[in-house]
Design a protein around this ligand. Structure first.
Ligand code: HEM
Length: 239
């Protein structure tokens, strides 16, 4: 059975909420990096507060790589703004030209985000160590693969398969926003669990990415046209 209107609304609300988180984290990081990009890096004074020190240490990682981080987060900001618009059926139906052009920008942003994520994973010190790097390498590579598959299918006018791969790519990109509240929960409970950011960051990344992959596959499956359910790779050709 096709998912009902309520479920669609709930999903849209979740997507918009996560996109807003994504925009906020990208903007916060851009604001933090701006003086470093314009005036150069100045080491931050150390703090005796152990909690504040954890956040300072996180900011320091990105402050030491302002250009690479900016190459990742500026397209990340656009990705969060354009993504929900790309999935709007109303925009697709009424403004197809706009959908195509913004789709190209979205795809370009995705390729830069994914490639820079891989470079960051290999060259920058991850706060969650090798566990976090493993998650970002695996899902960064999958994200790039999904985008390329989506592009390949649309060039062949295979709309249904294009849609499926775009859902996978967008869902993985959006996971970055879900990871923030998960990290927040780990931080909030750390006085009781005793876990340090080094220990929980990687786990938070795995949880976020895997949850989004499951959500994407569930949605794709739930919205599969009936004829596709019988012959899975049915190609819906345009016009
Ligand atoms: C598959 C997609 C993505 C992967 C694999 C990925 C991976 C990464 C990696 C490896 C880092 C460095 C983390 C560290 O060294 O501790 C990072 C940082 C960051 N990423 Fe992504 N990223 C992805 C998508 C996005 C998107 C779509 C956004 C849009 C908002 C984004 C925003 C950021 C921000 C703002 C940072 C700086 C950290 C912060 O401010 O908390 N990323 N990402």
């Amino acid at each position: 059975m096709e998912p009902g209107t309520r479920l669609r609304r709930a999903l849209w609300s979740a997507v918009i909420f996560l996109a807003v988180i994504g925009v906020a984290v990208a903007l916060r990081r851009i604001v933090h990096l701006w003086p470093i990009l314009t005036r150069g890096y100045v080491p931050v004074a150390t703090t005796s507060n152990p909690r504040a020190a954890q956040f300072v240490a996180l900011d320091e990682i990105f402050a030491r790589h302002p250009i690479l981080t900016s190459v990742h987060i500026v397209p990340g900001l656009l990705f969060m703004v354009l993504g929900p618009l790309q999935f709007s059926a109303t925009i697709r139906a009424r403004h197809l030209r706009w959908h195509r052009w913004s789709g190209r920008v979205f795809m370009g942003c995705g390729l830069i985000i994914g490639s820079s994520a891989l470079v960051m994973s290999f060259t920058m010190k991850s706060i969650g160590g090798v566990n976090q790097a493993a998650a970002t390498i695996l899902f960064g590579a999958f994200f790039l693969y999904a985008l390329c598959r989506a592009f390949w299918h649309i060039r062949r006018h295979e709309i249904a398969l294009h849609r499926q791969w775009m859902i996978r790519a967008f869902s993985i990109g959006l996971a970055v926003a879900t990871i923030r509240p998960i990290v927040g929960m780990f931080f909030a409970t750390s006085p009781w669990t005793g876990l340090t950011p080094y220990e929980f960051f990687g786990t938070a990344f795995w949880i976020g990415f895997v949850l989004h992959l499951i959500a994407a596959e569930t949605w794709i499956h739930a919205t599969l046209p009936r004829r596709n359910a019988i012959v899975e790779n049915t190609v819906v050709r345009r016009g």
